[in-house]
Ligand binder design. Sequence first.
Ligand code: HEC
Length: 155
Amino acid sequence: MPPLSRSALVALAPVLLFGCGGTPADPDFTCDPGATARTLTAEVQAVFDARCKSCHVSGYAYGDYTTAQKTFENTTGKTSYLAAAVSGSSLKVVDGANKALANSSLWLKVLGGDASNRKGPKGEGTLGAMPNDGTVLTADQKKLLKEWICTGGAQ
Ligand code: HEC
């Protein structure tokens, strides 16, 4: 095979740099292989206590986040209500089994929901950003939620 010409190398550069998809992996959807294991009980429920349970009260239709046990029951492995709008959707609130940030409505919403143009893997709309009060989580709170999802979403 002859050596690649300069123009061929230029044309190939995006593939060489970013792989066959042509775009770099989105860091917001990429789990750090060294992520620390986080559980609701030890650390993550504190984020829900501080930033979510003012609305996500006991019995709330969109998820009761009042205790670590309730938060677990209403997030990890639970099908998102947003899945109903898209045929074939398996969007979860937290896809702990697959450690899949992109298939977790909670993470898509924390990233900004529809306003951020984030969609689920089947194009599911993600509606409101969370928390839904015009504020955003701190970088540390986001990191805790990300590590929790990336290490299985345990109670
Ligand atoms: C000011 C009220 C309010 C606060 C605070 C709030 N939420 Fe929500 N949440 C809502 C409402 C209203 C909905 C339903 C509408 C929507 O999906 O945008 C919702 C829906 C959700 C859903 C969708 C559930 C599903 O089945 O996919 C998730 C996940 C969620 N919230 C997570 C959170 C998290 C995490 C926090 C804290 C970081 C939070 N919310 C804080 C009001 C709130």
